[in-house]
Design a protein. Structure first.
Length: 123
């Protein structure tokens, strides 16, 4: 009986330390809503508005800019990573990391240029 109490006590003392040592698993992000983007290219900065609709890992929506109007987008969200493609004459492929209500990352314009971006969810 004494041995089982010691084993139980040891398990109770060690368990919190083991749990604390585990890496945190990020919660599933929900990007649904409007986002204000700042896209920085070598030719200047643009400020498109992106509206996302997320269902599980599937992402759809619209990308609206002054130059190109509104265009559809499709992509995926996996953990804290997002990737989406805006279909136009030149496909825009965005890849980023989600931290709360902010996304940062890069965009590739079908090999014809690239950009960095920051996006913030609008209230």
């Amino acid at each position: 009986m004494l041995r089982s109490r010691r084993s139980l006590l040891a398990a109770l003392l060690v368990a919190p330390a083991l749990l604390a040592a585990r890496p945190a698993v990020p919660g599933a992000a929900d990007l649904t809503g409007k986002w204000a983007f700042e896209v920085v290219t070598e030719n200047g900065t643009g400020n498109p508005t992106v509206t996302f609709k997320q269902e599980g890992e599937k992402l759809t929506g619209t990308y609206e800019s002054q130059r190109g109007g509104a265009r559809p987008l499709e992509g995926t969200v996996k953990g804290d990573k997002v990737t989406f493609t805006v279909k136009s004459g030149v496909d825009l492929v965005f890849s980023g990391t989600i931290i709360g209500d902010t996304i940062t990352g890069t965009a590739d314009f079908s090999g014809q240029g690239s950009a960095t971006f920051t996006a913030k969810k609008t209230p």
